[in-house]
Ligand binder design. Structure first.
Ligand SMILES: Cc1ncc(COP(=O)(O)O)c(C=O)c1O
Length: 369
């Protein structure tokens, strides 16, 4: 933990983003997705802000994440969806966590884990990730109907996940929605009518009202980032600012080469600034020589190879001193780059920029109450 590498997370902005997203799907319940340490923002404080901000549900991937939320005092509706061997189904049921079944084996293990555990069924409508498909789905529906009528469990939801929601015109979206509706009907015909049917992520929440159904699961847009450059959500703003300080400042002559591999050489005399963050902090090395940072209300380029613990920026002729603040990315208000800018420099998506932050960052929270 170091004040020299600080993530400032604006929980008031997070709540404002949830409110903005609610206006896209006013008739659906809202699930705030806080998996993967809330996309790097810090799961427990973000989850608290989500509840205070009126999120009806929280969603996480792993049972460990769900149990960590319960250990932190969270009590509301909570779904986890990535079941791995050895999942403590009984502990999850006793903690009031909805788990997800994609196979009959999982469903049977859930049924004997506790007294009438809550379970949601995952149908694979075309993503071919988790979820039951084809004959597996038929068998899951039959088992769910049998176990529910025997009083062994309660099917609380049916859900699926889009493959191409960030491409609103992609034919997969219509196809998946059609398959999902048929799966809901099949479950109803078997006598199971769960409280929530859900399919939409952020992109579908803003572009595809037909997919809202009973509940929408919002992740990336709640953190103020667009699901894709083609799916902009102008009402939300980035929640996270990643900032550091200059650890060293030096004037170098033309011809000075910078960092491993000497992949950048100064054409003119200039001032270099050393920033004490690198790929150990989750800064993408592929952004070497491409990304920019925010310094004194302007952007300065990253020069040379990004190292494990440090990187170098070119400050030009700006006055600079050790300890001066420098921003890796933020909302962009002060001219600093955004997570989306870093994604483009690194050849990845903004999701990965925020979620991959690791190592020595400290987190500071603003607002949220
Ligand atoms: C099952 C599920 N639902 C919802 C989400 C939220 O997606 P997004 O961050 O695109 O809103 C995710 C994240 O990948 C997910 O895995």
């Amino acid at each position: 933990m170091s004040a020299n590498a600080e993530l400032v997370v604006d929980l008031d902005q997070y709540r404002a983003n949830l409110a903005a997203l609610r206006s896209y799907a006013p008739d659906a319940l809202q699930m705030a997705v806080v998996k993967a340490n809330a996309y790097g923002h810090g799961m427990v404080p973000v989850a608290r802000a989500a509840r205070l901000g009126g999120a009806d549900w929280l969603g996480v991937a792993t049972p460990d994440e769900a149990l960590a939320l319960r250990a932190a005092g969270d009590e509301g509706p909570l779904l986890c969806w990535l079941m791995t061997p050895g999942v403590p189904f009984g502990e999850l049921a006793d903690a009031g966590v909805d788990v997800t079944a994609s196979t009959v084996d999982q469903l049977e293990a859930i049924a004997v884990s506790s007294d009438r555990p809550r379970v949601q069924l995952k149908v694979d409508t075309g993503l071919s990730r988790n979820g039951a498909f084809g004959a597996q789905w038929d068998a899951l529906v039959a088992a769910a109907a049998r176990l529910q009528s025997a009083g062994s469990l309660e099917v609380t939801g049916i859900w699926s996940h889009f493959a191409c929601a960030d491409e609103p015109g992609h034919p997969a979206n219509d196809e998946q929605e059609t398959v999902f509706r048929a799966a809901v009907d099949q479950l109803a015909t078997a006598g199971v009518r769960p409280e929530v049917r859900h399919l939409a992520n952020s992109a579908a929440t803003v572009t595809r009202p037909s997919s809202h159904l009973d509940l929408v699961r919002v992740g990336i847009a709640s953190y103020g980032l667009d699901p894709d450059p083609a799916v902009s959500v102008p009402e939300v703003r980035p929640v996270m600012t990643a900032r550091s300080v200059l650890a060293q400042v030096k004037r170098v002559p033309a011809g000075a080469s910078v960092s491993y591999g000497w992949r950048w050489t100064a054409e003119h005399e200039t001032t270099l600034g050393l920033v004490p963050v690198g790929y150990g902090e989750g800064i993408h090395r592929t952004a070497s020589n491409r990304a920019e940072m925010g310094f004194a209300a302007s952007r300065v380029p990253v020069r040379g190879t990004i190292c494990m613990d440090q990187l170098v920026v070119d400050l030009g002729d700006r006055p600079a001193r050790i300890g001066d603040p420098i921003t890796v990315f933020g909302p962009g208000d002060d001219g600093e780059p955004t997570a989306q800018d870093w994604a483009e420099a690194a050849g990845t998506i903004n999701y990965e920029i925020v979620t991959r932050l690791a190592g020595r960052w400290s987190r500071t929270y603003r607002g949220g109450r």
